[in-house]
Design a binder for this molecule. Structure first.
Ligand code: AKG
Ligand code: FE2
Length: 234
């Protein structure tokens, strides 16, 4: 099965319903064992990356991540384009409900042109690597004025290969205490989630919930992930 076949087999109505209802969903395994192993091995290939971030240096957590440079490896480019095409209907509904202005284009290439015109020219897909004691603080991947409302993170490691290291999301609701979601992920599976705000229908109209994501401390083993963010960065 190709990656396109696996994308086509996802129940995208369920994805939309989950995203509307709670701001996140999981896809079922999408990456093969070969894809996962190749991506884990790719972490060491300096020529593939434009920058490396040692999280502890910035107070972002502990562990490391690397942003791919252009041209993106074929699989990463394929995933980014396909995710955009599948998520654009929800993204545009959310933009309308949140009163965020013009609808976004149907094709990722056109959206990237908007990013580039706004000075967001650097690619944002990334690989992350965590060992024992590593974690990723709650954050939002906003890199300029333009941000696509949804993003994805793929678990590259086997869940049996590490303890801790749960993917977590928090929801900050107006005048309420924060609520947390812990997302279970299988090998090669993606979590798709709100980058920043999601619309919620209340008794007096639509309100905005702010979401953040992160990773709880890894207690043992190693954990690798692939992040696919759909806007480029300044
Ligand atoms: O390692 C993770 O699961 C989190 C990745 C992340 O923060 C991202 O892809 O933006
Ligand atoms: Fe992130």
């Amino acid at each position: 099965m190709t990656i396109q076949d696996r994308f086509a087999a996802i129940d995208w109505d369920r994805v939309s319903a989950d995203l509307d209802g709670r701001g996140w969903t999981t896809t079922g395994p999408l990456l093969s064992a070969e894809d996962r192993e190749a991506l884990i091995a790719a972490y060491k290939e300096d020529r593939l990356f434009r920058s490396t971030v040692v999280m502890a240096r910035h107070g972002f957590g502990k562990g490391e991540y690397r942003y791919f440079s252009n041209p993106l490896p074929e699989l990463i480019g394929t995933l980014r384009k396909a995710l955009y095409a599948r998520l654009i209907p929800v993204a545009n509904q959310w933009r309308e409900r949140l009163g965020q202005g013009d609808l976004l284009p149907a094709e990722h290439a056109e959206y990237l042109e908007l990013c580039h015109a706004a000075g967001q020219t650097r690619p944002t897909p990334l690989l992350l690597r965590y060992g024992p004691g590593d974690y990723n603080c709650l954050h939002q991947d906003l890199y300029g004025d333009l941000s696509f409302p949804l993003q994805a993170a793929f678990l590259l490691s086997e869940p049996a290969g590490f303890e801790g290291g749960e993917f977590v999301l928090t929801e900050q609701r107006p005048r309420m205490q924060s609520r947390v979601h812990v997302v279970p992920l299988k090998a090669g599976e993606a979590v798709i989630f709100a980058v920043n705000h999601r619309p919620v229908q209340g008794a007096k109209g639509t309100y905005r919930v702010t979401m953040r994501h992160g990773v709880s401390p890894v207690r043992s083993g190693s954990r690798h992930t692939l992040g696919i963010i759909l806007h480029d960065a300044t």
